[in-house]
Design a protein around this ligand. Structure first.
Ligand SMILES: [Cu+2]
Length: 193
């Protein structure tokens, strides 16, 4: 089994490899005898690039109650042991296998203290993306890429749902003046991510 699968390791910089839009998932769920698992850690090697930050210049009482003044864009987060956060590892060219059971907390997008949480979402193709804002300020979920929505969130805790029928990567930004807010949604055709 392990010789037959090819494991592709992807960080945020490489997520575009799955960006080829395909309309419908033709993934087939089949019963598996005794499935195995693949485990590992993605580590950064080599010098660290300069990681950009952004000044928090709007709604500091909501976005920055601890007065940090700047916000990490979360484009690259490397731990003390070199582990790279928000990395997506996936198998290529999968057409059948286990039931799609991507964890629910990774499929719900919150806007909290002017951050998108989680920073990276994995959403099964054709599933509903559910979103809300926890902040008493206007945020938007502006997507381009695998989806093109521009959704305002003027009220706290109001849940908005949208379908995500196209596989690939959707980039998320806020048009409400919080220029540092960013997230990525990976719409996936199978559960091996
Ligand atoms: Cu915002």
């Amino acid at each position: 089994m392990f010789q037959a699968v090819r494991c592709a390791v992807s960080s945020l910089f490489l997520l575009a490899v799955v960006g080829n839009a395909t309309a419908q998932s033709n993934y087939q769920v089949v019963s598996l005898g005794s499935p195995g698992t693949i485990a590992g850690t993605v580590k950064w090697s080599g010098p660290l690039p300069r990681i950009p930050t952004f000044a928090i210049n709007k709604d500091p009482e909501i976005c920055d109650p601890e007065s940090h003044k700047i916000r990490d864009l979360e484009r690259l987060i490397i731990g003390p042991q070199g582990g790279v956060a928000n990395t997506v590892v996936f198998l290529k060219n999968i057409s059948s296998g286990k039931t799609i059971n991507l964890p629910e907390p990774r499929r719900f997008l919150d806007q909290k203290r002017c951050r998108y949480e989680p920073h990276i979402l994995l959403l099964p193709q054709d599933a509903e993306l559910r979103m809300k804002s926890s902040d008493a300020t206007l945020h938007t979920v502006h997507m381009d890429g695998a989806a093109t929505y521009n959704l305002p969130f003027p009220f706290t805790n109001q849940i908005v749902s949208r379908s995500m029928p196209t596989r690939g990567l959707a980039n998320v930004r806020c048009n409400g003046g919080h220029a540092w807010m960013n997230a990525e949604i990976l719409v996936v055709p199978h559960p091996y991510y």
